[in-house]
Design a protein around this ligand. Structure first.
Ligand code: SAH
Length: 353
């Protein structure tokens, strides 16, 4: 039975499905989910992420976190964590760069939150020299100083969508029409959790809500506030976005999110306001465009050094990668980053409060 048939059977018996349930099934269904069945990244996969574009991305993040570790007195034992590590490339590049900081690697216990067994396997291979271990839920993050990375993790978490109807909201759902999956709207209902969106929306506007994001970041923030550490989050999105940002990508091209469940990557823009609200026990930085952050950390100097070892097609692709990560019309502006540190601690290099 295909995932599409499973979803249709469920809708036939239980009625239209919430968007977050649809997204969860498409991405993480145990046998037919998008992430569970394949490693989707890289030029061979459906989309490419910053660490897969160039090693410079992970290197600069590794050095930024290592500097924060030094700034906080170089704790002798700490968790170096990543949420949704993909192929493990970012972590491998970060560790290689940070190995130049004396004591960092020996003190680090690599901890990965990853839902996909297929990707855990790839991460195990990429990071085999560092003996990483995996956790199933954010609550399992050890009670010790925690330095954490999340790149394109929050955009993969399931969202709900609501269309404003006077002061109430109609939830966008996946149902059936003429034998195929189709979007529809549920009845108008009050949504107390969306009260703050009445002020910046009008009748008919669509907004998105990712209930899973805040508790995860809140747990991370509590660990960091209690034991020390820092986190760096990268993603694409806005401050309280309005409009449908659900996006399906297959083979590097946009596709219909309903057409072949489980075959396309599904993401939605993150709401940086909701994320920052969850960092309360810590000090967050300003939300900063990825390009500016990488420039401040010296990506251009690093690119020039690497360029000296390259020629021909490899040099051209290296120059293109630098541009792709930083240029405002490529990933430089669309992707944004923020960091968090304990109150009173120095902010991560490249960011400001
Ligand atoms: N950070 C990587 C991969 C981004 S894709 C990179 O930049 O290349 C999203 C990652 O999050 C994948 O590894 C995916 O399997 C994982 N993921 C998605 N939803 C998850 C969840 N609910 N819990 C844990 N991991 C999840």
């Amino acid at each position: 039975m295909s995932l599409r048939d499973i979803i249709i059977a469920q809708i036939s018996t239980q009625g239209p499905m919430r968007m977050d349930d649809y997204m969860s099934m498409c991405l993480l269904h145990p046998t037919q989910g998008y992430y569970t069945t394949r490693p989707p990244f890289g030029t061979q996969g459906d989309f490419i992420t910053a660490p897969e574009i160039s090693q410079m991305f992970g290197e600069l993040i590794g050095l930024s976190l290592a500097q924060a570790w030094l700034d906080q007195g170089a704790p002798a034992s700490f968790t170096l964590a990543e949420l949704g590590p993909g192929r493990g490339t970012l972590m491998a590049d970060a560790l290689r760069a940070a190995s130049r900081v004396k004591g960092f690697i020996d003190a680090a216990q690599i901890t990965l939150l990853e839902a996909s067994p297929a990707l855990r396997q790839v991460q195990a291979e990429t990071l085999n020299t560092y003996t990483p271990h995996w956790i199933d839920s954010i609550d399992a993050l050890p009670e010790q100083p925690t330095y954490l990375i999340a790149n394109e993790f929050f955009d993969a978490l399931p969202i709900r969508q609501f269309v404003r109807d006077d002061t109430r909201w109609r939830e966008r759902q996946v149902g059936m029409q003429d034998g195929t999956l189709a979007f529809g709207l549920g009845p108008a209902q009050p949504q107390p959790a969306l009260a703050h969106r009445i002020e910046d929306t009008k009748d008919g506007d669509l907004i998105e809500d990712c209930a899973a994001a805040a508790p995860i970041l809140s747990t991370v923030s509590t660990r960091i506030a209690t034991h020390g550490g820092a986190a760096l989050v990268f993603d694409y999105g806005d401050w309280r976005s309005v409009g449908d940002t659900l996006q399906a990508v297959h083979d590097h091209a946009p596709t219909d999110p309903l057409i072949e469940p489980g075959h396309a990557d599904l993401t939605a823009h993150v709401d940086f306001e909701a994320l920052l609200n969850a960092t309360v026990p810590c000090t967050p930085s300003r939300v900063t465009p990825q390009g500016i952050f990488l420039e401040r950390l010296g990506i251009t100097q690093r690119a020039q050094t690497l360029a000296k070892t390259l020629s021909g097609a490899a040099l051209e692709s290296h120059i293109a990668a630098h541009r792709r990560l930083t240029h405002p019309q490529e990933m430089g502006n669309l992707f944004k980053t923020f960091g968090i540190v304990p109150k009173g601690a120095a902010m991560l290099p490249g960011l400001e409060t």
